[in-house]
Design a protein around this ligand. Structure first.
Ligand SMILES: Nc1ncnc2c1ncn2[C@@H]1O[C@H](COP(=O)(O)OP(=O)(O)OP(=O)(O)O)[C@@H](O)[C@H]1O
Length: 254
């Protein structure tokens, strides 16, 4: 492709031949990955495999030295900054929950809505019917409807993670990037998180989940990509990837 052309694809996310180096160290090496619209993909791989850097490339935090990164068929993400990318419908959930602890659950979701903060701060602001509906729907999906008036700080670790996922959903993204959502969760919470992500994915959201917990990844029941040294080592069903000798050698067998 020439420098001026942007590829058009049917994919929601298309990475091809992506390279990133930090002071001469190749963190991402000829990385190619395609996610279809409505797909959920699990990304696994050992520490330092490049999983976080890949997410940073998609959100514009890190710019690739080389390669194509195309969102929603036509949008060249390499040309856009982080702020602009966030407005395109790409939501990212970092590993640690960052909810507003002294606000209620409902207010956390309201804060996440794309309402002008200056307008919302006035005495006369009333939430619109569509906003109320959206919040009710998100509360239903994250199963915190009964707790809507509780302070977020009183939630369990797992519930905080769900609330933060809900805050992303309130913004109605096309693509959700979720980094190690079940770290520190109980087995029950881990199972409920798998159910939650499957539910979100069933509503046409494309989802990328980075996770080390293989029980959780198995429960998601989606295609798995194993990264190693900044590139794709193996891709396929959890059974195929788990049986791959190289994957066992560099990751699962350790
Ligand atoms: N800003 C940076 N400067 C220098 N090296 C970096 C930088 N960011 C990442 N790296 C290196 O790039 C490699 C990939 O890191 P990355 O954090 O993407 O891996 P990861 O797969 O997310 O690992 P983990 O599972 O531990 O989170 C690592 O060797 C890391 O030390």
């Amino acid at each position: 492709m020439s420098l001026l052309e942007t590829r058009t694809t049917s994919a929601m996310l298309y990475l091809d031949g992506v390279h990133v180096s930090f002071d001469g160290f190749h963190a991402i090496n000829n990385l190619s990955l395609t996610l279809e619209p409505g797909e959920m993909r699990a990304i696994i791989g050992p520490n330092g495999a490049g999983k976080t850097t890949m997410m940073d490339i998609i959100t514009g935090k890190t710019k690739p030295d080389k390669g194509e990164v195309v969102f929603d068929g036509t949008v060249d993400l390499t040309k856009l900054d982080e702020t602009r990318i966030a407005t395109l419908g790409i939501g990212r959930k970092f590993q640690k929950p960052t909810v507003f602890e002294s606000q209620t659950i409902e207010d956390n979701l309201l804060l996440a809505l794309n309402v002008d903060h200056r307008v919302r701060g006035t005495l006369f602001w009333r939430r619109s019917e569509p906003e109320s509906k959206r919040i009710d729907r998100v509360l239903e999906i994250i199963k915190l409807g009964d707790a809507r008036d509780r302070l977020a700080g009183s939630l369990s670790h797992g519930q905080k993670q769900w609330l933060e996922i809900g805050m992303l959903l309130a913004q109605d993204p096309k693509l959700l990037l979720v980094d190690e959502p079940v770290a520190g969760m109980t087995d029950v919470e881990t199972h409920q998180t798998a159910e939650l992500l499957k539910e979100i994915n069933s509503h046409d959201k494309t989802v990328v989940v980075v996770e080390h917990d293989m029980t959780f990844v198995r429960e998601l029941g989606v295609k798995v990509t194993c990264l190693h040294e900044g590139t794709v080592l193996a891709e396929g069903s959890i059974d195929d990837v788990s049986a791959n000798e190289r994957v066992v050698e560099v990751y699962l067998g350790r």
